[in-house]
Design a protein around this ligand. Structure first.
Ligand code: BGP
Length: 464
């Protein structure tokens, strides 16, 4: 087995539209659910300006070319192209992404485009969002349009970012709680929409490749008690396999069906769905990974309230099923996210074993409170350490036989965290703004920039 990264391994970096672009009402863009989302804490950097990537994409892409990445994962803002979600096209928005693609081509950076990353057009949300079937139709119209428009410039595509986390942590991401029955009707619509994206990409783009992009983390049992193992079985299914089984195998798996049955959730199928589900499949799996999750049984617990607040699902409670448990063997980062590089390897092995498709990691990274020194430096050795540990496990997964084709970390540039504003920074490139003040938006290279640049130049070889 290989003990080095394949020569065509894709080294990359990732962002999303609403966390970077800003310009939220510029040049004809419609509002999205991220622009209107109620925020618990109004002091966090808002998304209306974000890090001004919309106006500074040329500078950002030039810096990324200096970094040496081969693939840049970004998302299109659906409402920039269709301000009302469907119907009238906004030509300025369409042109913007052509310009971005031209700029990437100039530096030979391959685009990896997410169709939608948490920012559904508000006009569609007003009609019922993913709870109603018409949003699936609007998504088909949008997907068809962008594949035709950009298919000559972009060959690798991703569908809808982390539908699993969006539904599980709805309050944090969308600013509202979705009742359970509606949540899983949304699941069905999101997954059917994704199936149409697979179909349309393959029909419209010569050599086009497309994959789903969920957040996948193995769920461990808190102890060897059979009840805890059962809890892990259910949460693995609800958090992970329900999504990938639908995408890659075209079915509702049995454990997930049982979960739905016990919760008295009935999914409405349209007449064509059975066929759509079982006909269109992805070419690869894109996987976002930050940490693993541990659960114990919540079968006989009456003293608890159902809920979840943590992005990484550690504090999930679902009576009768599972309850989050702090894994005593793992440490945490300063934002309370559990660290588990080996868990990334075993998650990769499990995903590959189940689906036998190539995998690309499209998110993995460390959110931290970086400090800009007076001489314009950011000494983020903690991020280098994090990356070193995780990339080592990528290689271990490849050595163990996993067809891992790339690693694109979160994030290329500092952006507004979904939950915690800009004080939680992820980028290789520091952006001079804080929660309240927009400041200069100047870009600075962090120490991790030089480290990753060197790593890419060596195709993943690390000096210990
Ligand atoms: C993923 C999202 C990203 C990103 C990341 C980090 O769930 O796809 O958009 O934000 O998590 O999360 P956070 O911003 O909450 O730190």
């Amino acid at each position: 087995m290989a003990n080095e990264f394949p020569h065509d391994f894709l080294w990359g970096a990732s962002i999303s539209a609403h966390q970077t672009e800003g310009a939220y009402q510029s040049e004809g863009k419609g509002l999205t659910v991220q622009d209107t989302r109620p925020r618990e804490d109004q002091t966090i950097a808002d998304f209306t300006v974000a890090v001004d990537h919309y106006h500074r994409y040329k500078e950002d892409i030039r810096l990324l070319s200096e970094l040496g990445i081969q693939v840049f994962r970004f998302s299109l803002s659906w409402a920039r192209i269709f301000p009302q979600g469907r119907g009238k096209v906004n030509l300025k928005g369409v042109e913007h992404y052509h310009n971005v693609l031209v700029e990437l081509a100039k530096y030979k950076i391959q685009p990896l485009i997410t169709l939608n990353h948490f920012d559904l057009p508000q006009a569609l949300e007003d009609e019922g969002g993913w709870s109603v079937r018409s949003t699936v139709e609007a998504f088909r119209e949008y997907a068809l349009f962008v594949f035709r428009e950009y298919g000559a410039q972009a060959k690798m595509w991703l569908t809808i970012n982390e539908p699993n986390i969006m539904l599980l942590v709805d309050k944090k991401i969308l600013g509202k709680e979705i009742p359970l029955a509606q949540k899983y009707q949304q699941f069905h619509h999101l997954m059917i929409a994704e199936k149409y994206a697979f179909q349309l990409c393959h029909e419209q783009i010569a050599d086009g490749k497309i994959g789903p992009v969920p957040n996948i983390s193995l769920v461990y049992a808190a102890t060897s008690k059979p009840e805890d193992n059962e809890a892990a079985l259910y949460f693995n299914s609800v958090r992970n396999w329900a999504y990938l089984d639908f995408s890659c195998l075209g079915r509702y798996n049995a454990v997930f069906q049982d979960y739905l049955r016990k919760n008295k959730v009935n999914i409405q199928f349209a007449p064509e769905d059975e066929e759509v589900m079982t006909t269109h499949f992805p070419d690869f799996i894109a996987m976002n990974f930050y940490t693993t999750v541990t659960v114990e049984s919540a079968k006989n617990r009456v003293d608890m309230k159902n809920g979840i607040s943590d992005q990484q699902s550690e504090d999930i409670v679902e009576k009768g099923f599972y309850k989050g448990f702090t894994n005593p063997y793992l440490s945490k980062n300063e934002f309370n996210w559990t660290l588990d590089p080996l868990g990334m390897k075993t998650t990769l092995q499990t995903v590959y074993d189940r689906y036998h498709l190539p995998i690309i990691i499209t998110e993995n990274g460390l959110g931290a409170q970086d400090v800009l020194t007076e001489d314009g430096k950011i000494h983020d050795d903690y991020r280098i350490q994090y990356l070193r540990e995780h990339i080592t496990q990528c290689l271990a997964a490849i050595e163990a036989g996993v067809d891992l084709i790339g690693y694109s970390l979160w994030s290329a540039i500092d952006l507004i965290s979904v939950h915690e504003g800009i004080r939680k920074r992820y980028g290789f490139i520091y952006v001079d703004r804080d929660e309240k003040n927009e400041k200069s938006f100047a870009r600075y290279k962090k120490d991790s920039f030089a480290w990753y640049q060197n790593l890419i130049a060596q195709n993943g070889k690390m000096e210990v």
